[in-house]
Design a binder for this molecule. Sequence first.
Ligand SMILES: Cc1cc2nc3c(=O)[nH]c(=O)nc-3n(C[C@H](O)[C@H](O)[C@H](O)COP(=O)(O)O)c2cc1C
Length: 411
Amino acid sequence: MSYFASRLFQDARVLVGVTGGIAAYKSCELIRFLVDAGSEVRVMMTESAGRFITPLTLETLSRNPVFSELFPDSEFSGTHHINLADWAQAVIVAPATANFIGKLVNGIADDFVTTTALALSCPLVVAPAMNSNMWQHFSVQRNVAQLKENDVLICEPEEGFLAEGYHGIGRLARLEYLLQYLYRALHPEPNSLAGKTVLITAGRTEEPLDPARILTNRSTGKMGFALAVEAFARGARVVLVHGPTHVIPPRVDRLVGVQTAQQMLEAVEKHFDQADVFLSAAAVADFRPASSRPDKIKKENSEMSLQLVSNPDILATMGERKKPRQRLVGFAVETRQGVQNARKKLEVKNLDLVVLNNPGEPGAGFAVDTNRVTLLGKAGERVELPLLSKLDVARAVFEVLLKGSTDLANE
Ligand SMILES: Cc1cc2nc3c(=O)[nH]c(=O)nc-3n(C[C@H](O)[C@H](O)[C@H](O)COP(=O)(O)O)c2cc1C
């Protein structure tokens, strides 16, 4: 399970549409994730999709019959397409062909998938996948722009190696991105941060010692990435500044990769004034080597000592610069006297909310997909959360923040 294993997916009624592209096999991974996360999944597929992947595979994975015939011969046909459209809480068509997109824009309903898509009243995610020339064709681009204008969530394709044997844009977006958009489609408050800019730092910093060595910590960035997914799902403009990591960052409006604490400070300073909320989830190294050597340090003696100097305190610096309309959220990793130390941090750094976690607790802290935290607010609020996926922790953070900030919440 990933940090995406949110309660929002649990018991969610998700309809997955599969259309006739080479990426149809990738829909299996999406269905598996959703079933594993506790969603109720129904699948509909076009006739062409059946050329690429069998209904049996999708039926087995989703544990439900697959819908593909608008007029099935044998059984009572009824209005399955309407029933299914009414049943769904969110729909994702992945992969979506150029043909499907063209039909949807023009209101053509000539098979099960297109007819159901026209009958929806819930949010719809469309994840196109096709050859790069098809994707860049003026009619596809025009159709996609039209869908966006009509509030369809478009999870755009990626660049990379295509089935045709060359590189280009058109690959189906990876699973993490599909889930990011689907999470938004399922979110109960999708516009609660519309028009707001949310700035987030995530991950660790690396402080070079010499060309081969660094001083760093165990943070992977998952907590900060979960906050970015949450802010995106609430309709915010998201700026994400992150340190080195192997975890794929979510799709945001502005992604800035940095290495050192100094670089992270510079990136935050650049974007801070436009931000309505700043969440500092990065594990910034408190110290760095006094000097970074240009050549590799040789093993000359049996002992060596390093001289370290203080790094800038990014959160405290922003706390001093904060305007009344801005909200600041910090993370406190404490292994002792957590609440007391976290409250002190809240005051000293001029924060609105502090998220306290103890990495010593099972399932909490660095490099795991879950976290157990206590939220401490400026007005004395204290919310103790159970062990949750990092995405559910992120949702709780924004819930508490919005509750305490009438000027931030879009009523
Ligand atoms: C081998 C093969 C691969 C194809 N891959 C894609 C694709 O990735 N994306 C796409 O839009 N169309 C693709 N097509 C074309 C569609 O299958 C075709 O437009 C079909 O009518 C789509 O039907 P549907 O939208 O009802 O599923 C492919 C066709 C073939 C023969």
